[in-house]
Write a protein that binds this ligand. Structure first.
Ligand SMILES: Cc1cc2nc3c(=O)[nH]c(=O)nc-3n(C[C@H](O)[C@H](O)[C@H](O)COP(=O)(O)OP(=O)(O)OC[C@H]3O[C@@H](n4cnc5c(N)ncnc54)[C@H](O)[C@@H]3O)c2cc1C
Length: 399
């Protein structure tokens, strides 16, 4: 079976991971059907940070120019002590950073990123995008997979890629590791028009205010019209995952009373809060079964603390593209090679994200003082070296 085979590859899920996968499959000449359970293809939430490693992936997928048209190129990642209001550390992401990693750091509205990838798929007759199709199961048969959906429709496919997110149905059937781990961390998300952002905080930076068992982040979006606001805190009462529910200012401000007045006013002025209960999964050593594999959050969902979940999904898509081009038509072997290349790296992101939350973002008492000293001593080059494993990935092939 090869690209000349008439069966398409089915991708379950049309988020950033699924749509990038469709592009990766098209680069190898496969017809693709993307089945998305929601009534429409789209993205929930506002901003997303893209490290230099995501730029390389977008370039390789041939969509960098469109995808980054609305990106804001920030020049610093700043960490502030939310108790004292003083700066703990700043990582310049300006020219020296760009030279080191051979690509910039940007922030972008996730709808803009998703829409540009989707537009490329829509303009390609080889991609069929079917919304309102929830994948419920699959059966592997000689030379192909039958994919079942909630409506009763079935699709015959050369292979199936589950890009169906943290609660992936395809993962349930391939890995079977139950529900995600609930971290007890709750995240509130909103956007604030620039006029309402305090002038001293209208910074061309991703700024993180690290406080006791909590932190919040702000950065500019969409040509500086908006600021993306993401506030996270520990919550013992939340034991089940929750996505995009309405949030209340009372609950949020109850966790951020320690903030000095100016950063506190950012949270007070924001409204339309959406509430997420965050989760991840323990890394696994296998996420492939014959002609079926996983990608993005379905394979390795992570807490967002190093802002790499979507970046990993884009890297996965590039890796899949490369492995399929080495073994045309041999999906089972290519999928195993793909997961071999991706498991350690993505597991390191998952485990490091947990550790960063505990040791860098949320410490209190003496641990907070140690954190401030450890990070305060670092030079930009120290940071570049310690971030090299994340952002340097793919640098040597970067255009
Ligand atoms: C608060 C927060 C901030 C973040 N910030 C960043 C950041 O700055 N940088 C970064 O790189 N990452 C960030 N991430 C992570 C990033 O959002 C995710 O890792 C990324 O969006 C995962 O994409 P995906 O396509 O794998 O999964 P998803 O975006 O979850 O997409 C899965 C798709 O599959 C569909 N689906 C689900 N089940 C089925 C089914 N059975 N059949 C068909 N379709 C199905 C869903 O409707 C959805 O459209 C953040 C995450 C959070 C929560």
């Amino acid at each position: 079976m090869g690209p000349s085979n008439s069966l398409p590859v089915v991708v379950a899920g049309g988020g950033i991971g699924g749509i990038a996968t469709a592009l990766a499959l098209r680069a190898n000449g496969y017809a693709v059907v993307v089945l998305e359970k929601s009534a429409e293809f789209g993205e929930i939430g506002a901003g997303i940070q893209l490290g230099p490693n995501a730029f390389h992936a977008l370039r390789t997928l041939g969509v960098a120019d469109e995808a980054l048209a609305n990106a804001v190129y920030i020049d610093r990642l700043m960490m502030m002590d939310a108790v004292s209001g003083t700066q703990i550390a700043a990582i310049p992401v300006d020219e020296p950073f760009r030279r080191w990693f051979k690509n910039p750091y940007a922030v972008i509205h996730r709808a803009d990123l998703h829409a540009s990838l989707l537009a490329r798929c829509k303009s390609d007759a080889g991609v069929e995008l079917l919304a309102g199709h929830e994948v419920t199961g699959f059966t592997q048969r000689e030379g192909g997979v039958e994919v079942q959906t909630a409506s009763g429709a079935t699709f015959r496919a050369a292979a199936l890629i589950g890009a169906d997110g943290i609660r992936s149905r395809v993962r349930e059937l391939v890995v079977g590791d139950g529900a995600p781990n609930i971290s007890g961390h709750v995240c509130y998300r909103a956007v604030l028009p620039i006029e309402q952002m305090p002038e001293t905080l209208r910074l061309n930076a991703a700024v993180l205010w690290a406080g006791p068992k909590s932190h919040f982040v702000h950065y500019p979006l969409r040509g500086w019209k908006l600021f993306n606001i993401v506030a996270t805190f520990h919550s013992a009462k939340d034991t089940a995952e929750q996505l995009n529910a309405p949030g209340t200012a009372e609950e949020l401000m109850g966790h951020f009373g320690h903030l000095p007045p100016v950063p506190r006013s950012v949270l007070e002025r924001s409204d339309g809060w959406r509430r997420w209960v965050l989760g991840d999964r323990d890394p696994v050593a296998n996420w492939t079964q014959g002609l079926v594999t996983l990608l993005g959050d379905a394979a390795h969902p992570t807490l967002q603390y190093i802002a790499q979940g979507a970046c990993m999904a884009l890297e996965d898509a590039v890796c899949l593209r490369d492995e399929l081009s080495r073994l045309p038509g041999d999906f089972s072997a290519a999928f195993l090679n793909y997961q071999d290349k991706r498991i350690t790296r993505t597991a390191r992101i998952v485990l490091s994200s947990r550790a960063i939350g505990t040791y860098f973002y949320h410490p209190q008492g003496v641990e907070r003082l140690v954190r401030n000293q450890v990070l305060g001593e670092k030079t930009p080059e120290d940071f570049y070296r310690s971030l090299d494993w994340i952002y340097g990935y793919g640098r040597d092939q970067a255009a």
